[in-house]
Design a binder for this molecule. Structure first.
Ligand SMILES: [Zn+2]
Length: 444
């Protein structure tokens, strides 16, 4: 819709009308009786270990049964004795992309919803969904909203990858409204330094209760507030982040400057695993959403491998996500929910660069720690031994900060690394409006 000529050429008010209409249709389709039943059921199981385990076991059984009986790729896993997850081999994005039709069920639902990844890290992957999958997903989204304190009628701001404002537009406002959803949709693609104060003003004026944002977008605003020595002047219930890596430092900064809790949600397009923050900031693996296995990748990192429960049209079994978690020492959470805990989620495998030693290095946001005046940073590597650090600089960025940044980068990537720091107005975004922390163009 957003890329159509009709939308792009419409006046602002008409664009809000289109968005509202889309929101209304989505609400109608997704938030129906079925999704409310699932929502109630999964909420009931949250603090009951036996009920939750029964539910998850039943869902896994159902998924595996469907997989072996209706999906070509899994027909070999059928065993005469009983249906065991261990009989299935691990699969990954490449396996599915090579033979996508082999993973689709022979039983076709009436309505099929098509979607594909943006393909920023390779060729796009298409995963068709049944309507049942869309509705069940909605139930989990609604529960996440419950966890974050959302109540009916609350006003939400949405700062994610939707192209609500045509990219070529260079005049305010960079936001539109979805009236039936009580929502303001702000563009992530127009967050240049000189308009950030207007974003904050618009959030306050809208009397926003809750913000749903990409980490990179909300961090941009938090860093802006920090650089002015200010705090968000409105009163928020919470902020929900998802779709990008949120570092502990970024979380702290956002919670501090916006004076509310951040609820981070980890999921992926393939929908094989979901990990969500509760009000105590712990990450819970949602065992009613999918079956998750954690594979040891060394160095304390565990890869998330998931089997989806919700999409019977495309049941991905033992799917290796390429994303990692750090294990937690805790077994219980003060919130009382019985889902297993992990300590944190690590950046995507693609978000790394090479140190001069040839070793892959992740979590580069550590490099800007303690460096004044940096509103955003991105690391681009085209050649071994060299790195370009793109920064969005605030007014207090100076020579000393530049030298500290260079030192930090060298400390992590090697003293002989050639570091060039380039100031940009805003960071490069993918087609979906996400900011990749590291862009490595070196082929292995
Ligand atoms: Zn908890």
């Amino acid at each position: 819709m957003f890329s159509s000529r009709l939308y792009i050429n419409s006046p602002v008010l008409v664009q809000s009308f289109f968005i509202s209409l889309r929101g209304w249709v989505r609400k109608l389709v997704r938030e129906n009786r079925k999704s409310r039943i699932v929502h109630a059921q999964i909420s009931e199981n949250e603090t009951d270990a036996i009920a939750l385990s029964d539910y998850s076991t039943r869902m896994l059984k159902k998924t595996l049964h469907n997989a072996v009986n209706n999906v070509e790729a899994y027909s070999k896993a059928r065993s005469s004795e009983c249906l065991q997850l261990e009989n299935f081999s691990y699969i990954d994005k490449d396996a599915v992309r090579d033979y996508p039709e082999r993973y689709e069920s022979n039983v076709k639902p009436k309505i099929v919803v098509h979607g594909s990844t943006s393909g920023t890290t390779g060729a796009p992957l298409e995963v068709p969904q049944s309507m049942n999958s869309v509705i069940r997903e909605q139930a989990f989204v609604s529960r996440m909203l419950d966890w974050s304190g959302f109540e009916k009628g609350d006003r939400r701001a949405w700062i994610r990858g939707d192209l609500v404002v045509p990219v070529a537009q260079s005049n305010l406002p960079y936001w539109r409204y979805s009236w039936f959803e009580n929502m303001m949709l702000m563009s992530s693609f127009h967050m240049k330094q000189d308009v950030l104060s207007q974003y904050i003003d618009a959030l306050v004026r809208f009397r926003t209760d809750l913000i749903q944002a990409y980490p990179s977008s909300i961090v941009t605003l938090a860093k802006y507030l920090e650089s002015c020595g200010e705090y968000y002047p409105g009163k928020l219930k919470s902020i929900i982040t998802s779709s990008e890596y949120l570092s502990p430092e970024s979380r702290k900064l956002v919670e501090d400057r916006f004076r509310c809790k951040v609820f981070d949600w980890y999921g992926q397009f393939e929908r094989v695993a979901a990990i969500a923050n509760c009000e105590h900031g712990r990450y819970h693996v949602l065992t009613d959403y999918s079956h998750v296995e954690l594979l040891n990748s060394g160095n304390g990192r565990y890869e998330i491998v998931g089997t989806n429960f919700n999409n019977e049209l495309y049941p991905l079994v033992r799917y290796k996500t390429g994303d990692h978690v750090l294990l937690s020492d805790e077994t219980t959470c003060p919130c009382g929910r019985v889902y297993p805990l992990v300590k944190g989620i690590e950046g995507r495998v693609v978000d790394y660069v090479y140190a001069s030693s040839g070793q892959q290095v992740f979590a580069l946001d550590q490099c800007v720690k303690g460096v004044a005046g940096i509103l955003g940073s991105q690391y681009v590597q085209d050649k071994l031994g060299q790195i370009e650090v793109r920064i969005v600089a605030g007014t207090d960025f100076n020579e000393a900060a530049l030298s500290k940044l260079t030192d930090n980068v060298k400390k992590r990537l090697g003293e002989d690394m050639s570091v060039s720091v380039v100031e940009v107005k805003m960071l490069e975004r993918t087609q979906n409006g996400k900011v990749r922390q590291a862009i490595c163009n070196i082929k292995e």
